[in-house]
Design a protein around this ligand. Sequence first.
Ligand code: PMP
Length: 390
Amino acid sequence: MKGRKLLMIPGPIEFEPEVLQAMGIPTQSHVAPDFIETFGNSLELMREVWKSPKGQPFIVAGTGTLAMDMAAANLVEQGDRVLVISTGYFGHRFKDIMDRYGAETTILEAPIGDVVSLEAIEKELQSKQYKALTITHVDTSTGVLVEPKPIAQLAKKYNTLSILDGVCSVAGEEIDQDEWGLDVVLTGSQKAIGVPPGLALLIASQKAMEVWKKRKMPVSNYYADWNNWLPIMKAYEERRPSYFGTPAVNLIVALEASLKIIAAEGVEERVKRHQILAKAFREGVSSLDLEILPERNEIAANTLTAVYYPEGMDGTALLSKVAESDVILAGGLLSEIKTNYFRIGHMGSVSANDLIAVLGALERALSELGHDINSGKSLQAFQNVLLGSN
Ligand code: PMP
């Protein structure tokens, strides 16, 4: 299809045709038997993808930020201490949200492109009793990947709830919610879950639900209050009609379709595909002498890559040139370095073909802007990784 664009930003992403078709069906009643089944199935499939057979899933119309807001509104009360572990822009967002609910927030900030050390986290947890800590699994502003498991273990040791912002990771990076002891894992629909924007998705552990039940004060956010949503989630899972706020019917039909695709691929297989493609892509980018933002490969996300522009190059011109090849990339987001780097999303339905198209467009754009390019070099580096991984 001439002029077909390839959307390679870190969300919204390219969606599977089956998901878009599912979304286009005539809208059903939110209490129609078929829709009740769809909603119930989606809740069950979420448990499979999050690896949380014991958790309580929530599907609510909104974005990833609402899922963050929901975790904060329900679990944090005025004066509670919250530790925010930040690797970029979205760590700061979590701090802002926690502050809004009256938390006493401490932020541990990683240097740009790096992670906060476990020693620093443990030291902070030892110093005061924290009610909760937040982790950004992949900060979409830096492309830095944090390992949640040891942090969740520390949280458990110090009797602190662990909340994982998985907006840029769920269904793309390894997550084992129950096994790792994460109390909340949240995301939005438009990233690796593979559904157009508009759903806030979250699973809370039994411990988180107990903490919520023992609140002293009512939840101050009416829409986000689990008192309103828990009976709805329970009803749909028991295949009974119910109502609090009209669910985003078509998006939930699309969610079921996408979760089925994810389950059919297998969560482990899907994560492995993300890991292999991301590794090959980083090799391709590095072969062009471009610098990747995360300091080390082990902390580079598998769902997106953040890359510095070549020294002295006009970033906007580069992205516009790439867009002339119908490949859409994203600019920088972290305010300190916003104009120095760009981002490529590679999650969900992403394939090797998509990334070869990105590398090809990038090589042409760099060359047209006067960068010395050995044409095909990044494609070769990319292919070598893929062939080596067979
Ligand atoms: N956290 C992270 C890590 C994100 O990448 C995003 C979205 N880019 C959000 C939170 C906020 O999600 P939304 O834009 O859907 O509100």
